[in-house]
Design a protein around this ligand. Structure first.
Ligand code: NAD
Ligand code: MN
Length: 491
């Protein structure tokens, strides 16, 4: 089979030269934010607060209330008070609020995208094209379900579960808030939401949008804070259902917190997803897909394709193309519209990634950095890179790095690809690249993963259920399946 030759080595300045193209929409950020409880912004009961910074500059953006047990108590009480009226509202009336929120997210999209990028470090291209539109889409989609719940579960009478406690991570702050809130509200529940400590600002902006939309006070409450705040929320007996996205470590603690009670739990945890490239794949398309699978959002993606399995016959050619593509990636100012890879979300996460890079080398892996353009002097940065000479038992093949670090392995036969892909405690996602439809279906059916993408990666829609197997968690978000955890189904 003939193959196209790799593009020539770029000269001194790799890739192309771009003029700076910063997003310039102004965004007002208050110097302080309180919790959002019963429709009002209020300071923490004990006055505690913490700073949230811009990880691309290390500058303080704002100070945010740090929630303690008393704040959680007030928020849960507000959610309980709001529950009877909200849950008895006809579905078509709840739908109007959700439609209104979706429209308002669209109208304020530019501002939300800039704020997301400032607080979390992700490229503006992604917050603008993925995070914010998908967040609006989730509210639109669930608005459509609010008055049709009995059709979702024929023969049953769907009832809300009550007050929901929702704890979300920093990788898709607004989008995760939308994933959690939209189904809960459509089903008639009230909520206390806790954003991640490094990225609270878009959730608080969403609270302003909820005020604008005149959502009844107490239907959504937002308590900001760190892991202790989250633990206090999870421990509260008034919370009937906990929904969590984040690390497996915290997920296990939450499972212990609800054990023995009739409180409900869904967990969306980490992954070590395999991206399988077969020898008959369209290689340039697959290279682009691999870039998207692991370097999108700096690898801060639970379903990131962090293990690349390439068929041995094409390994060399594939890596040549990958090297070339890595060299042309633009790493830097997340507000620049040409930036591909933004800032690592926090110093703590950068330290974690660096620890993994060190372990990778110590265990005999070979690091390929390729990308060699200068990085900004301030802020948290990690060059996109990959490791070869990784054995299945090595740390980089087993543990989630949650950064732009890819572990490359090879396989000879489809059998071996399946065995390697499934050899992990996780089971969130997988990718297959092949031109042969029968091969794709044969492989996909045997992969232990909640989502399998074929000739694409990291594609989401509110109508497609998302969630994992094994240590990647349980429960689904999105689609009809995503409504189930927010309903009691009476006969
Ligand atoms: P984390 O799981 O500690 O944080 C996620 C959320 O849980 C945050 O809102 C946090 O405040 C809260 N939290 C922390 N401890 C808690 C507790 N005991 N009880 C209740 N809530 C608690 O994640 P992290 O420390 O920010 O990141 C560590 C690792 O987690 C990352 O390296 C990555 O591997 C993984 N992670 C996964 C996802 C995902 O989408 N699945 C998201 C973020 C991080
Ligand atoms: Mn921040």
């Amino acid at each position: 089979m003939s193959r196209t030759k790799s593009p020539p080595e770029p000269a001194a300045a790799p890739g192309w030269d771009y003029a700076p193209a910063p997003e310039t929409a102004p965004v007002e950020i208050a110097s302080r934010y309180g919790h959002f409880i019963a429709g009002e912004f209020v300071p923490a009961a004990d006055g505690a607060e913490f700073a949230t910074i811009n990880p691309a500059t290390e500058e303080e953006l704002s100070r945010v209330a740090r929630g303690g047990a008393e704040d959680v108590e007030r928020a849960v009480a507000a959610a309980r008070r709001a529950l009877p009226r909200w849950s008895r509202l006809p579905g078509r009336e709840r739908a109007k609020y959700l439609f209104r929120i979706a429209r308002r997210l669209q109208e304020r999209a530019r501002e939300l995208a800039v704020l997301e990028t400032l607080d979390g470090g992700k490229p503006i291209r992604e917050s603008r094209d993925v995070d914010v539109p998908e967040a609006a889409r989730h509210f639109f989609y669930h608005a459509g379900w609010a008055d049709k719940l009995e059709f979702a579960f024929p023969g049953r009478r769907p009832k809300p579960v009550g007050v929901c406690g929702q704890i979300i991570p920093w990788n898709f702050p607004l989008l995760m808030a939308a994933w959690k809130l939209a189904p809960a509200l459509a089903c008639g529940n009230t909520v206390v939401l806790k954003p991640a400590e490094t990225t609270p600002l878009t959730a608080l902006r969403l609270a302003e949008i909820l005020q604008e939309c005149e959502l009844p006070p107490g239907v959504v409450n937002i308590v900001t804070g760190d892991g202790e705040t989250g633990a206090a929320l999870a421990a509260h007996r008034g919370v009937r259902k906990i929904a969590f996205t984040g690390s497996t470590e915290v997920g296990k603690k939450l499972a212990a917190a609800v054990a023995g009670s009739r409180r409900r739990l869904t967990l969306e945890l980490g992954g070590k997803s395999a991206n399988i490239v077969c020898e008959d794949a369209s290689l340039d398309q697959a290279v682009e897909g691999v870039i998207d699978a692991i370097f999108f959002n700096q690898g801060h993606v639970c379903c990131a394709g962090s293990r690349l399995l390439v068929q041995e016959s094409i390994l060399e050619e594939f890596l040549e193309k990958l090297d070339w593509r890595l060299r042309s990636l633009r790493v830097g100012d997340p507000l620049d519209k040409n930036t591909d890879v933004g800032a690592i979300n926090s110093r703590a996460q950068l330290d974690r990634i660096r620890t993994y890079l060190r372990i990778g080398l110590e265990e005999g892996g070979r690091l390929h950095e390729c990308h060699d353009q200068p990085l900004p002097a301030k802020g948290f940065w990690c060059r996109p890179c990959y490791f070869t000479n990784v054995q299945p038992a090595d740390t980089l093949a087993r543990e989630e790095v949650f950064g732009p670090v890819l572990a490359v392995m090879s396989f000879r036969t489809p059998e071996e690809a399946i065995a390697r892909a499934n050899n992990t405690p996780y089971g969130l996602a997988a990718g297959i690249w092949s031109d042969k439809g029968s091969r794709i279906f044969a492989l996909a059916a045997r992969l232990q993963a909640g989502v399998v993408w074929c000739n694409t990666y990291n594609r989401f829609d509110a109508s497609s259920p998302f969630g994992g197997y094994k240590e990647s968690g349980f429960g689904r978000e999105g689609g009809r399946q995503g409504l189930r955890p927010y309903l009691e189904l009476e006969r």
